[in-house]
Each structure stands twice: as C-alpha cells, then as structure tokens.
Design a protein around this ligand. Structure first.
Ligand code: F7E
Length: 323
C-alpha cells in the first residue's frame, strides 16, 4: 500500500516542492487548502499546476480544530507535514493577533489531532531561524538559545515548544526543522529575494525605473528551497524524532544579494536602489547563519546550491517570465 502524506500549506513554496518530492517517492499526497483556493485554482494554486491532478486536496481552515481533525481522520496519513503559517515577518508586526493566534493554534490542532486519533503518524513542524532573532551565538545550532524579535518568531518558538512537548509527553514521532531562509522561483513576491529578482528583470525590460528596499545591512543564510524539503522528509525517516538546524552555513547581506542580482543582467545596482524607511522592521534580526553539522552528519543532508547560483536562478527565471 502507498504511504500517505498530509501537508498543510501545500500551496506555498515549500508545500508545493514537498508534494512534488513525495509523489516521486511514490506517496499518496494530500493537502489542506482554503475553499476559496479550490474555487480559484489558477490564481491561488499556481505552484501546484504541474501536479494538481496527482494530489488530493481537501478544503479546510487551519484556525478550526474540527476541520483539521476531520481531514486528518479521513486521510489517516503516515506522515503529517505542518507548513501552513502566516510566514511574512514584516506583516506579523502589523497583524500580531492573527499571526500569533493562527500560527500557534494551528500547530496545537495538528498535534492534538494525532494524539486524539491514536495513530502512529509522524509529524513535521516548520520551525524557523527567526526563532534565534537577536542571536546569542554565531553560527546558530540546535543548542543556541532563542530570542525571537517578531510576533512571527514568537509564534514559531511556541510551535517548536508544543512539538517537543507532544513528543515528550505522548511519545509522538514529532520533529522540528529549524530552517534558515530558503528561496526559489516559487518564492512569494513579498520576500526580499523575490522582490529583488523580479525588480531586476523588470528594470532590465524597462517596465520599472527603480527598486525601493529597507535595511540593506541585515545578513541571511539563503539556500535553495527544493533541497530543504528533502531535509524535512529525511527527518521523518529517522527511527527517533529530533530537531535539526537546516541552512548553508554562509551568510550575506541584502546589499550583496541586490548587487549580484543586478550584476546578473549587467546592471549597476547603485543606480536603481532607493531606501525607504517603511520597509524597516520595528525590531530587526541582524545576522543569521546556520551551523548544520547535526543534519549533515546524522542524516547526510547538505545544501548544494550556493548563493550566487541561487541569485542567477531567480533572476533568469523572472526575466523569462516577464519577457
Ligand atoms: O527579509 C530585509 C528585512 O522578508 C529578509 C521568511 O520565510 O525567512 C523569511 O523571513 C531581510 C530582513 O525574510 C526589504 O529587513 C530589506 O532583514 O525576505 P524577508 P525574513 O524576514 O528573513 C525565515 C527563515 C522565515 O521563517 C520567514 O517565514 O531583508 N529587507 N528590504 C527587506 N525585506 C523585505 N521583505 N522587503 C524589503 O523591501
């Protein structure tokens, strides 16, 4: 019998790559999406275009335990990947209540559904490097204390704690990946990498004159998303559940990313960047860089795509799309 996987957030960047990956592994793939998405698949499910006929989509909302419990019990998955979240850090300051409520409650609901069902389902929680926030050490590993700097980061720390608590209290095979920034051709346009790659292509094609950004000095550890979803799966293949830091081990500033991105299409970034304070955050995370030794040595996972290649992939993709 085919193994079954249930994915929340299947229509997002990671969810869609994970669904593709699991289909190739021979899984029956199920996902939870909002009813409005099913009504407007072209706009809302574009990342699933290639595989939409091969997966099973269930309409449900993450802020409702009954809805998650019902779908979970219909599917009875072997593996449950909880990726859904309000994941835009800047927006989490503007809408603290819904970010905290929905990100924390949805994780609790998923874990409770497993516990109440009594099934041996393995659980993956999408933790984030934003949990490290005002970092206590460089680079960050699984033992680095958390100091989140945004409602989003706080919601992820709580989700992480819930996941560990259900593991310790009820013996659930529940693991958290502490994923550092991971980008791709499917990245949402609100995130800085995609905002830049899209703007570079647009400026090259004379559809846009300049690009407004916020803090150029923040540093991030950026990897390539399709590689990261494999790491999620690997965690659930382990005999024992655990938590893993996942990143490249390199860090670069936003300025570096922008400079290289403009370079890719032969443009000088100094001519096109304007700083707009509205993109600054009330509290910034200055530097993130992963120490991924644990996942490297225990699971054999390693980031392959380096920053310059990632930038090239994203810029060329947006150039082709806009052309
Ligand atoms: O910002 C700076 C901004 O929004 C990166 C999410 O996937 O990764 C992501 O969170 C940096 C920040 O991602 C603009 O101040 C400058 O320092 O692309 P971002 P993020 O906040 O790092 C983690 C791991 C997650 O878990 C999150 O869900 O770029 N920045 N100027 C800007 N950022 C944006 N968005 N827009 C600007 O114009």
């Amino acid at each position: 019998m085919k193994r079954k996987a249930l994915i929340t957030g299947i229509s997002g960047q990671d969810g869609s790559y994970l669904a593709e990956f699991l289909l190739k592994k021979g899984y029956q793939v199920h996902g939870i999406v909002r009813r409005v998405a099913l009504e407007n698949p072209i706009q809302r499910l574009w990342r699933l275009n290639k595989i939409i006929k091969k997966i099973h989509l269930h309409s449900g909302t993450m802020d409702n335990y009954a809805s998650i419990f019902k779908i979970f019990n219909q599917v009875k998955p072997n593996e449950f990947y909880h990726l859904a979240a309000q994941s835009y850090v800047d927006y989490s300051f503007q809408d603290q209540f819904s970010t905290l409520n929905s990100n924390i409650a949805s994780t609790h609901y998923c874990l409770s559904a497993i516990k109440e069902s009594g099934l041996k389902t393995k659980f993956y929680f999408a933790g984030s490097s934003e949990m490290f926030g005002k970092v206590k050490q460089i680079p960050q590993n699984e033992n680095t204390p958390f100091h989140p700097r945004s409602p989003y980061g706080i919601s992820k720390v709580t989700g992480f704690d819930l996941t560990r608590n259900f593991r310790e209290s009820y013996g659930i095979h529940a693991s958290s990946g502490i994923l550092f920034n991971h980008e791709s051709e499917k990245r949402g346009f609100e995130f800085v990498t995609r905002k830049i790659s899209r703007a570079v292509a647009s400026i090259k094609l004379k559809k846009q004159k300049y690009l407004e950004l916020g803090n150029l000095n923040a540093q991030r550890d950026w990897g390539y998303a399709p590689e990261y979803v494999k790491g999620m799966w690997m965690m659930l293949q382990e005999k024992n559940p655990d938590d893993y830091v996942v990143g490249t081990g390199e860090t670069h500033s936003i300025k570096y990313f922008a400079e290289k991105a403009f370079d890719t299409l032969g443009l000088n970034f100094q001519k096109y960047i304007k700083i707009n304070k509205k993109f600054y955050r009330p509290a910034e995370v200055d530097i993130l860089v992963a120490d991924s030794k644990k996942i490297n040595s225990k699971l054999g996972w390693k980031a392959k795509t380096k920053i310059d290649k990632l930038i090239e992939i994203m810029v060329i993709n947006d150039f082709k799309l806009l052309k």
